[in-house]
Design a protein around this ligand. Structure first.
Ligand code: UD1
Ligand code: CA
Length: 430
């Protein structure tokens, strides 16, 4: 990309149909807000990408989320939601001197990809456009703004569903709500907007007509996969988008040599990487950022909650939950265990039903458990963090371990076994 690039993301709307106390853009897919997915796709366009998010409903919460997670994001408040054009107008003062290109997108379209955004910007630059509208086609375009083109294939107007005539409603090419603007040429359009339409709103889409009236070049860039602009308005949309997102990623994983036994029952966040020849068994849910190496076996029925690493040829099995756990090579956690806030070496065997007790509910502190290489933990043990269990140590089954264990030692903490001879026989005879 030649020119400097910024982005404006609309996120002031209420999302009435979500029926929620939470602002719509903070609803989550794989534990990440919708707005986060959009911002991340935009931020990958180039490092230090600067974005402006238009906030309104739940402004405080949205701002808080952004401050905690994004360094280069600014926010600006749209006090009243008077339309998409009015929303973008709020960002104009912040981009006063800016002379590059600006992408406009919505904060509720989590499936938008960097690849498509890059395609839009490249097309815009290659064709010297002043305004490029990203479009797509729908068999059923109901609800979307329709794209009107002239004989030269230039976009001449966008007509909203509510303002459309019967013949315009037949058009299947729609406005995705994503645009690329030559900012210096387009910024004045926002001062000249009118709200004389059926909804009495300031329509962002009116910049198309403004640009043409001012002899600027307006083009359309068509996104092939219309799922990318799938917008979230309801809880049902949220479930559908989650499904699209994971289906798309599972397909990519399979193309890259990962076996997914049952894609339907498997959920994997696209932020998790998985190496070749790893097999993911059914009913596995993997959220957040994780790194799973080659030749691992994961599942069935495994929950990986983020910030985890699983080394080559390790096995994470049935009813195992991992959170913030770094597990090295050839280690087995095969059944019914919780491994949280842990650093686990290679060739470790963690017996069935082992619990890493990492959390002190009184102090609210979390502590780390370290298991060095070749440690063996017997079944049904509890490891109370903080703990350091050195290499080749052996923990006897059903132990509750509260102190560090030296290398090569056996540690056990359980009542010694007692045997009362003929106890059963005596009971029966009496
Ligand atoms: C908009 C487009 C339509 C396009 C569709 C794609 C307009 C007039 N229409 O319609 O052509 O096909 O998106 O999804 O732009 N927002 C604000 N402040 C406002 C109003 C909206 O921040 O005052 C935000 C909303 O939170 C939302 C986004 O802008 O994230 C889009 O607004 P919405 O009302 O959903 O637009 P559509 O009617 O879907
Ligand atoms: Ca709408």
């Amino acid at each position: 990309m030649e020119k400097e690039l910024r982005a404006i993301i609309l996120g002031a709307g209420k999302g009435t149909r979500m029926k929620s106390a939470k602002p719509k853009v903070l609803h989550e897919i794989f534990s990440k807000p919708l707005l986060g997915w959009v911002l991340d796709a935009i931020n990958r366009l180039h490092h230090k990408m600067q974005s402006i998010v238009i906030i309104g409903h739940g402004a405080h919460d949205v701002e808080d989320y952004l401050n905690r997670n994004y360094k280069y994001v600014k926010t600006t408040l749209q006090k009243e939601q008077l339309g998409t054009g009015h929303a973008v107008a709020q960002a104009v003062p912040l981009l006063h001197e800016f002379r590059g290109n600006v992408i406009i997108a919505c904060g509720d379209t989590p499936l938008l990809t960097t690849k498509t955004l890059k395609g839009l910007v490249t097309f815009h630059e290659d064709n010297n456009a002043d305004l490029t509208v990203m479009t797509t086609e729908f068999e059923n375009p109901y609800g979307y703004g329709r794209i009107l083109r002239n004989a030269k294939d230039e976009v001449i107007k966008i007509v909203e569903e509510k303002d459309a005539s019967e013949s315009v409603k037949e058009i299947k090419e729609v406005n995705t709500g994503v645009y690329c603007l030559n900012w210096a040429k387009m910024k004045n359009s926002f001062n000249e907007m009118r709200n004389n339409n059926v909804q009495g709103e300031y329509y962002l889409t009116d910049i198309v007509k403004w640009a043409r009236d001012n002899q600027h070049v307006v083009l359309g860039y068509t996104a092939k996969d219309n799922k990318e602009i799938y917008g979230i308005n309801s809880r049902e949309n949220l479930a559908v988008a989650t499904k699209y997102m994971k289906e798309r990623y599972i397909k990519e994983l399979m193309e890259n040599g990962v076996t997914i036994v049952d894609p339907d029952s498997t959920y994997i966040s696209p932020e998790t990487t998985i190496g070749e020849d790893t097999t993911i068994f059914p009913n596995t849910y993997i959220e957040g950022k994780n790194k799973i190496a080659k030749k691992c076996k994961i599942g069935p029925m495994t929950h990986i909650r983020g910030n985890c690493e699983v080394g080559e040829e390790s096995k994470i099995g049935n009813f195992v939950e991992l959170k913030n756990a770094k597990i090295a090579k050839k280690t087995n956690v095969c059944h019914l265990s919780y491994v949280g806030d842990a650093i686990v070496g290679s060739n470790v065997n963690i017996g069935a039903g082992t619990i890493f007790a990492n959390y002190n509910s009184i102090t609210k502190e979390k502590h780390t458990t370290v298991l060095q290489d070749n440690v063996s933990v017997g079944s049904n043990s509890v490891l109370v963090a903080p703990l350091d269990i050195r290499h080749d140590a052996f923990i006897a089954a059903q132990s509750c371990i509260t102190k560090d264990v030296e290398a090569n030692s056996l540690a056990m903490s359980r009542a010694p076994q007692k045997e009362i001879k003929n106890w059963v026989k005596n009971k029966k005879e009496n």
